[in-house]
Design a binder for this molecule. Structure first.
Ligand code: NIG
Ligand code: FE
Length: 400
């Protein structure tokens, strides 16, 4: 298939958006076999399908690189409590927050976990998302952690989307292990990781390094085991305070450190050295009415790649729109629309260790989004508006 007469945001580095004003893309066997100026396109086979895009914008399909989209129940009541003045941390310490989703998730069957998350997944797909990272972390026992990961993986059998799973057993301290965090890591979290890994369910290991969750030493213990199993790591770090999570992530060569509102210039320096991507989550910043934005300028200065994700979860970020996350990244964090798009494509791919997605270049997967807009800056500009024309997943159009 040849996509002709397109404005292509390749997202390759070098010029803004890696833009080709009047370009063409040839797709073969699910991959991009040629890309360049339309006038230079070599002629293809006689029976080749040629799609005239009449100047529409083509970008890499979007990648949501940080979600907790599989869970039981909801936390609308907690939303009301927060509006009455309670903080996320207070609700969490009183047994609400993540712990309440743990109870609800344990009480939900694997089939129902899948069924409940599909409308949220559909909302992302409708915006041109082709890859979604999904974390466990609302089970916190071996059985439910694995059930969450299996439910996440089974999305691929029900929807045309790629799923990457992260084991987040170190997300919160279950009530029966309160004050015994080390025991939880040894007796539940690491055995759960080993079981999930043996079932082939784990693409990465994640943790929550925070006062209301786990200390750096406990996360280090988990990361060490991940390293022995050959699994890459990532970390929720410096969201509510600075505990040294970003530096720890860098020390373990993490693919990403996520949230980072309380990260420092030094953290950015260490992350740059390690090649750790900064995943920023403006949906959580907005929902929790945070006032301290992550140090975007330090990330730029040190050359840390920045990704943007929804953090879709029932508590701190009930957000099912990556386009809105991009808009929020610009308005709340002062990122540019180009940085926001790179954050949901090229850098999101890096945060997941995917070397064949997130850009439009020869040999990469033909995961593309075609938009009814004149310029790629429009993607982050409008609020509550979805200009998708069509999504192409591994060379196949959703509509054809
Ligand atoms: O990324 N920070 C910790 N974990 C989630 C919150 C999940 C929840 O509140 O249920 C986050 O914001
Ligand atoms: Fe998260």
């Amino acid at each position: 298939m040849l996509l002709n007469d397109a404005k292509i945001a390749t997202m390759s580095k070098g010029k803004p958006y890696g833009l080709i004003e009047k370009g063409a893309i040839r797709i073969r066997d699910g991959r991009i076999s040629w890309i360049g100026e339309a006038r230079n396109a070599p002629s293809g086979p006689r029976d080749e399908i040629v799609r005239e895009l009449e100047g529409r914008v083509v970008t890499p399909a979007l990648i949501d690189c940080h979600t907790h989209i599989v869970y039981g129940g909801d936390r609308a009541r907690e939303f009301e409590l927060r509006l009455e003045g309670a903080t996320y941390e207070e609700i969490s310490r009183a047994g609400g927050g993540i712990a309440s989703t743990v109870s609800a998730t344990r009480a939900t069957s694997e089939q129902a976990l899948l069924k409940n998350c599909l409308p949220r997944v559909d909302s992302l797909i409708a915006e041109g998302v082709a890859t979604i990272e999904i974390k466990s972390g609302y089970g916190m026992d071996i059985q439910t952690e694995c059930a969450m990961l299996r439910a996440a993986r089974s999305i691929e059998s029900h929807r045309t989307v790629r799923v990457r799973t992260s084991f987040l057993g170190a997300h919160a301290i279950p009530p029966d292990y309160s004050g015994r965090e080390d025991a939880y890591i040894e007796k539940i979290c690491i055995p759960a990781l080993e079981t999930a890994h043996a079932e082939g369910l784990v693409d990465a290991v994640d943790g929550f390094c925070e006062r209301i969750a786990f200390a750096p030493g406990q996360i280090a213990r988990l990361f060490k085991r991940a390293g022995e199993l050959g699994i890459p790591v990532k970390l929720h770090a410096e969201q509510l305070s600075n505990l040294g999570g970003a530096k720890l992530a860098a020390r373990f060569g993490a693919m990403s450190a996520d949230h980072l509102e309380y990260a420092t210039d030094e953290d950015a320096e260490e992350m740059a050295r390690a090649g750790t991507v900064a995943v920023l989550l403006p949906g959580a910043f907005y929902t929790l009415r945070e006032t301290r934005p992550p140090p975007v300028e330090a990330f730029r200065r040190h050359g840390v790649d920045i990704a943007i994700a929804t953090d879709c979860n029932p508590g701190s970020s009930p957000l099912c729109s990556l386009l809105l996350a991009m808009n929020m990244a610009c308005t709340l964090f002062r990122m540019t629309p180009e940085e926001a798009l790179a954050g949901a494509t090229r850098n999101a791919a890096r945060a997941l260790g995917l070397s064949d997605s997130g850009r439009i270049a020869k040999g990469l997967r033909a995961d593309l989004a075609i938009w009814d807009i004149d310029h790629p800056a429009e993607l982050a500009y409008r609020i509550g508006y979805n200009p998708i024309c069509e999504r192409i997943f591994e060379g196949r159009c959703d509509a054809c």
